[in-house]
Design a protein around this ligand. Structure first.
Ligand SMILES: [Zn+2]
Length: 344
């Protein structure tokens, strides 16, 4: 079967589409024939490699996918062969105290499809049966294939960690990325007032069409002054940050006293200085968030289905053009998710 693999860590050119042997399901697992997969920033981190993280090479990238169940392993009752499912990319042991408590993303051996086991940029992928969920019927294969990772991440950030309430104000940096757009949709669903930023006027006008109440081009004006002006010096209740180093000081300056900053990623870098006085003097809650629990995933998928939310798909590439797809992700020019069409 064809798969997008790396034999070593490095730049874009280490990623190649090759023929590898077809996987077989172990007990409790299923084989999916992948129809569509979605790209995430995680794929870049995995390709480049992180100190201490050892991968078995060659390694197949990719966390998100929708596909049809082709074979089931021993003991699997659901899903059944022929069913179309989307994958929850979060992997856990199911046995540790955190898993038993229902906090699967806090599992001591937590992993992600395409990071700690072979991923979805392949004609076939093996996943635990428990990670398969019915595809929301209102979504196309491309929309369903790009949804899981960023939507569960945004859901946990806003709902479980920040506990966003109707009427609250939320600042989302860098609108255009998948997690930021999912956060915008969920924040509007809750009934919050949403502020978004970008360096692209085009992205800002598209964000307004998706419900953003206030938009700012951060290349033209100061984010801190804008929030100060718009909230009459109060600050916002919640800041959603998937950007990291470039926005961290803005987070602490824009959030109200007693507010919450919730962080799920560092696309601009992982090191940032903090004025610790801002934390205690302003009585801030800084909340880290990674993916989501099994319950977060079920609630997220239910909310998407009932409210017919649709992820924004920026562009669709065929598996053979995975390098071009990844190159586009690395430019940051995309608005929404980049999809890989694997099978027709
Ligand atoms: Zn566990």
């Amino acid at each position: 079967m064809k798969a997008a693999v790396i034999h070593e860590h490095g730049d874009l050119d280490v990623l190649r589409v090759e023929d590898i042997s077809e996987p077989r399901p172990g007990p409790g697992e299923v084989v999916l024939k992948v129809q569509c997969a979605g790209l995430n920033h995680l794929d870049i981190w995995v390709r480049k490699g992180r100190p201490g993280a050892k991968l078995q090479m060659p390694h197949v990238l990719g966390s998100d996918a929708v596909g049809v169940v082709a074979a089931v392993g021993e003991g699997v009752e659901n899903p059944k062969a022929g069913e179309q499912v989307l994958i929850d990319p979060g992997l856990n042991c199911g046995r540790c105290e955190f898993c038993r408590r229902g906090e699967q993303s806090e599992c001591v051996s937590f992993g992600i499809m395409g990071q700690s086991r072979p991923g979805t940029f392949a004609e076939q992928v093996v996943v635990p049966a428990a990670n398969c969920h019915p595809k929301p019927p209102h979504l196309s294969d491309e929309e369903a294939g790009v949804l899981a990772l960023v939507y569960v991440t945004a859901w946990r950030m806003l709902m479980t960690r920040a506990q966003l309430q109707p009427g609250e104000t939320v600042l989302i940096h860098g609108i255009g990325g998948g997690a930021a757009l999912a956060a915008l949709q969920f924040a509007k669903l809750v009934g919050a007032e949403v502020f978004v930023t970008s360096s692209s006027n085009d992205k800002l006008s598209r964000a307004r069409k998706l419900g953003a109440d206030h938009t700012l081009n951060y290349d033209k004006e100061s984010v801190v002054k804008w929030i100060e002006y718009e909230t009459s010096g109060r600050g916002v209740d919640v800041v959603v940050d998937a950007v990291g180093a470039a926005t961290w000081s803005l987070d602490l300056a824009c959030v109200r006293k007693g507010g919450r900053v919730v962080l799920c990623g560092v696309t601009t870098g992982a090191k940032a200085e903090s004025d610790l006085r801002a934390l205690y003097w302003n009585q801030l809650s800084v909340l880290g968030s990674t993916m989501g629990s099994a319950q977060d995933f079920r609630q997220m998928l239910r909310a998407v289905t009932v409210n017919k939310l649709v992820p924004v798909v920026d562009k669709v590439f065929r598996l053979g053009r995975v390098q071009d797809a990844m190159a586009r992700l690395e430019t940051g020019r995309q608005f929404g998710k980049i999809a890989l069409r694997v099978a027709s």
